[in-house]
Design a protein around this ligand. Structure first.
Ligand SMILES: Cc1cc2nc3c(=O)[nH]c(=O)nc-3n(C[C@H](O)[C@H](O)[C@H](O)COP(=O)(O)OP(=O)(O)OC[C@H]3O[C@@H](n4cnc5c(N)ncnc54)[C@H](O)[C@@H]3O)c2cc1C
Ligand code: SF4
Length: 329
């Protein structure tokens, strides 16, 4: 590790000012990702701005029924919050499928959105990696790529986005609230993360020094009938090979609204809108779920060690939809 300074901000404005235009400064929330990256010399901020004293720890229901989650709400508190567990079960389940109890007690909502990929080569500073060292090459494309993405990849990077929570947020059309030197703004969650393209080091649309202050989840008719299913190599403390966050609004056996988002397969949390559309006005049957799963994976591009992923992802979608498909409203 290397020397760096540390300050603890008391207000949003202090935190934002402390980062300012200094590209060598970073916020620290729970620290469960940034500290690992610093220890491994992957990220080298010269200044850490601790934001854990900021007043961003509330979960509140707004007058329009939307739920606003402070950026510093810990993953466990969010998962077990009554409103979240009842109104957005997919989000609660996605959070509880992530990491371990200890990590969830530390990790914050804002930090979770910004966690970086778990591509082995990204963490191995002895190997080329365009995301870590732009222009150095991608070791995964011709290397060991079993956990890598099959949707949204480029010839510069095929790393998956690792977050479980983000898959649910993508299905729920969440809105990210941010604050920076130029004031406050909101970003639709689906626009927040970027595809790797030619610049895999640029992962999101945040501007220099912007602080995530909250995540807002719109009220909806479908979110109550939702779930999150994660397939992984072991039952806990493991990232997804594939996962699906799904929701269905069903009336008299016919689907009026559907949400499907995927994890473990995309270079960003992957929303399958075309697959959702294919379910509208259809019966909630395994045959229709299967057809939707085929639509969701139709553009998949596989690599040497992850050719199993499209079929596994399809089965994950079908199984998740079957889990909620019987709850006719
Ligand atoms: C062993 C292990 C297993 C894991 N398994 C899973 C898993 O299965 N599924 C899963 O989804 N996750 C998993 N995680 C990742 C974990 O969920 C993330 O590390 C965590 O959510 C990050 O939150 P944090 O508050 O600790 O972020 P930090 O480490 O504090 O910060 C992460 C990044 O976000 C920035 N940041 C933090 N808060 C803000 C803010 N409010 N505004 C702007 N920038 C901010 C920081 O500058 C940093 O760049 C695992 C982690 C570990 C170590
Ligand atoms: S997949 Fe992306 S993160 Fe992994 S080695 Fe290639 S460029 Fe780096």
């Amino acid at each position: 590790m290397y020397p760096f300074t540390y300050i603890k901000a008391k207000t949003n404005k202090d935190a934002i000012a402390a980062i300012g235009s200094n590209t060598n400064a970073k916020f620290i929330g729970g620290g469960t990702n940034i500290v690992d990256l610093m220890k491994m010399n992957i990220e080298k901020p010269h200044q850490l701005v601790d934001i854990t004293s900021l007043d961003l720890k509330k979960i509140e229901t707004l007058s329009n029924g939307n739920v606003k989650i402070g950026a510093l709400v810990r993953n466990s508190d969010l998962a077990y919050h009554k409103t979240i567990a009842e109104k957005f079960p997919m989000l609660s389940k996605a959070l509880l499928a992530g990491a371990s109890a200890q990590l969830r007690n530390m990790a914050t909502a804002g930090g979770n959105i910004l966690q970086r990929t778990r591509c082995y080569y990204f963490y191995d500073t002895a190997t080329p990696c365009n995301k870590r060292e732009p222009g150095s090459g991608c070791s995964a494309i011709k290397g060991y790529n079993r956990m890598h993405a099959i949707l949204g990849t480029s010839d510069k990077c095929i790393a998956t986005h690792p977050s479980d929570m983000c898959v649910a947020l993508s299905a729920l059309d969440a809105i990210v609230h941010v604050e920076g030197i130029n004031g406050e703004r909101t970003i639709n969650f689906l626009d927040f993360h970027l595809l790797p393209g030619d610049t895999p080091e640029k992962e999101n649309v945040l501007q220099q020094g912007e602080l995530i202050t909250a995540i807002e989840i719109p009220s909806s008719s479908f979110a109550k009938n939702s779930t999150y299913l994660k397939v992984r190599d072991r039952a806990s403390y493991e990232f997804a090979l594939t996962s699906a966050a799904v929701a269905l609004d069903i009336h008299n056996g016919t689907i009026s609204n559907a949400r499907i988002a995927l994890g473990g397969v995309g270079t960003k949390p992957w929303r399958a809108k075309e697959a959702e559309q294919s379910l509208i006005n259809k019966k909630a049957t395994t045959e229709n779920f299967s057809a939707a799963a085929n639509v969701a994976l139709k553009d998949a591009v596989t690599y040497k060690y992850n050719a199993f992923k499209p079929q596994l992802a399809k089965q994950t979608i079908i199984s998740a939809l079957q889990m909620i498909g019987g709850n006719n409203g």
